[in-house]
Design a protein around this ligand. Structure first.
Ligand code: AMP
Length: 542
């Protein structure tokens, strides 16, 4: 027997409709790409998203077409998102940190019709435009006054486009399972692969991330998503914040310590989210300038494992709570967060820290387990590690256009490519990417754990650990470090610092210093490049 409840499709347009009606006056504040701070509201943003939708319709964009954005976190980017998705088209977020050839590949693979771009990326668009086979035009997200001289053949001024349009437009009612967002990931081998989010998965995921133990945003809060909208949906904040009427503070193009600090203070931000490197920059700025954080209460950190030094500095020096989260593009992206359970509340601080540094437990709608190479689940004992697999309502079941073939196992689980263990409280901890684990004498060494301890050394700015071939042990760890400016730290000081903090057989066999550690377009350490650079390296123990 069927239930007798209404059929109310979960479309992302309903989120902005809700925000307009119930939180229309709430602010969306942006540091614009042109420079000044721009203040708008959810009501205005709704109207402008409708204008954008109608204009796109006028340009011939239809249901199922793909329209890309190459842009910072701004109110205009958000209007474009809702405008594109609101006509049943698919909003494809392009990551400007990718190499131009990768962008060309992705744009052509996705068959993007238009690209909405910020002033910053006009030169990049000019460089790739001729190779973008399906792109009919570039919408430059600025006003007439700031329109640049450009070689782009079909450059459209965003504000003109909106001014010539109007708000009298009904969102296109597509099926809730229709695609609405597309984001390519290069986390897997081979070419980048597209993850195609549906309206339903985005709405459900926004509800998931906003559980009180996770983001827990409220209408009285002020949130700054520093995590870019081109990096796994800005962790769903552009959906979850309007759903509850939270004030949004968009940092635009300036993600350096001083700019972020200024906005946190002037806009009374009490919750924010980004990858660890952003927070290292902010903390360094605060420490150098004796700055304070007068309203910030909570920081969500994920994308890479959070080092202990970040948690300590935030908590002890500024009274800011750190919530460590893990996820991936394929998971919309949030997969877990390390919020305490009752059993952890009374523990000594040191043991509590152990839990804060884990990637944490699954929210409702994410099923997670660790399996061995035979597919058998390993015990939840906090030490037996294996392959982390996941299943859920906002997790990919295949890549765009079938790239990569079948990606689920017989039970519908997706292999994350992460190596992890889960403890009796359901707290998961990642020890490595499966391709990065160091296999020493048949045992596995966690590169992530050593890296995160090493960056606690007061004179190190960054650290990466890779396996180097060893005649006796197969592989042994090499610790590669970047010194803080002006530091004369040496190998012995670094090894001494690690002594007693990790098992003896985990101790790196050597320490190498380099000027810069290479990063991927999403800010992760590029181990492939490091392995290449150090492929001839001879360990002193070999
Ligand atoms: P992406 O799809 O680019 O967001 O990358 C997802 C991958 O980033 C995951 O599979 C992990 O390997 C890594 N990752 C994300 N969050 C964390 C975290 N908190 N700790 C360790 N690794 C993480």
């Amino acid at each position: 027997m069927q239930g007798l409840m209404q059929d109310w499709p979960l479309l992302v347009s309903t989120i902005l409709d809700h925000a307009k009606v119930n939180h229309g006056e709430q602010e969306v504040v942006t540091r614009s790409v042109e420079g000044p701070i721009v203040r708008t509201t959810y009501a205005e943003l709704h109207g402008r998203a409708k204008r954008c939708a109608k204009a796109l319709h006028g340009l011939g964009v239809r249901e199922g077409d793909v329209v890309a954005t190459l842009a910072w976190n701004t109110h205009r980017h958000m209007e474009a998102w809702y405008g594109i998705m609101g006509i049943g088209a698919i909003c494809h977020t392009l990551n400007p940190r990718l190499f131009p050839e990768q962008l060309v590949y992705i744009v052509n693979h996705a068959e993007d019709r238009y690209i909405f771009t910020d002033l910053t990326f006009v030169p990049l668009c000019e460089a790739i435009a001729d190779k973008c086979e399906t792109v009919k035009g570039f919408v430059i997200m600025t006003d007439r006054e700031h329109m640049p001289e450009t070689k782009l053949k079909n450059a459209i001024c965003y504000e003109d486009l909106l001014a010539e349009s109007d708000e009298d437009f009904e969102w296109v009612k597509v099926d809730e399972n229709a695609g609405c967002g597309l984001c390519y990931t290069s986390g897997t081998t081979g070419n980048p692969k597209g993850v195609l989010y549906s309206h339903r998965s985005n709405v459900l995921h926004a509800l998931t991330v906003n559980q009180a133990d996770a983001f827990g945003m409220r209408s009285v809060d002020s949130v700054m998503p520093v995590v870019p909208m081109f990096h796994a949906n800005a962790w769903a904040i552009a959906f979850a914040a309007p759903m509850v009427g939270t004030k949004l503070v968009m940092p635009g193009a300036n993600m350096d310590g001083p700019s972020i600090h200024e906005l946190l203070e002037t806009e009374k931000v009490n919750f924010t989210a980004a990858v660890p490197t952003v927070w290292l920059m902010l903390l360094q700025h605060l420490e150098a300038s004796s700055g304070t954080l007068s309203t910030l209460k909570r920081v969500m950190i994920g994308g890479s494992a959070v080092p202990q030094t970040i948690v300590e500095r935030f908590e002890q020096n500024y009274g800011v709570e750190v919530i460590h989260g893990w996820g991936m593009t394929e998971m919309s992206p949030l997969g877990s967060f390390a919020a305490f359970k009752p059993a952890m509340l009374e523990l000594p601080a040191e043991e509590q820290m152990g839990y804060k540094l884990k990637q944490g437990r699954a929210p409702y709608m994410v099923e997670m387990k660790v399996i061995d190479d035979d597919g058998k689940e390993v015990p939840r004992d906090g030490k037996t590690f294996g392959n982390l697999v996941v299943r859920g309502a906002a997790i990919a079941k295949g890549y765009f256009k079938g790239e990569g073939g079948q990606i689920l196992d017989a039970d519908g689980f997706f292999d994350t490519g992460d190596v992890a263990h889960i403890d009796e409280h359901g707290f998961m901890q990642i020890t490595d990417r499966s391709k990065d684990v160091i296999k020493s004498g048949g045992e596995w060494i966690s590169s992530i754990e050593i890296e995160n301890l090493a960056v606690g050394h007061p004179e190190l700015a960054e650290a990466a650990v890779i396996g180097i071939a060893h005649p006796k042990w197969d592989e042994r760890p090499l610790l590669i470090c970047v010194k803080k400016e002006g530091s004369g730290v040496d190998r012995d000081s670094v090894l001494k610092y690690l002594e007693g903090k990790i098992a003896k057989w985990w101790m790196p066999d050597d320490v190498a210093f380099i000027d810069e550690i290479p990063h991927t377009a999403t800010g992760k350490i590029q181990k492939r490049d490091l392995r290449e650079k150090f492929k001839e390296y001879k360990l002193p123990t070999a």
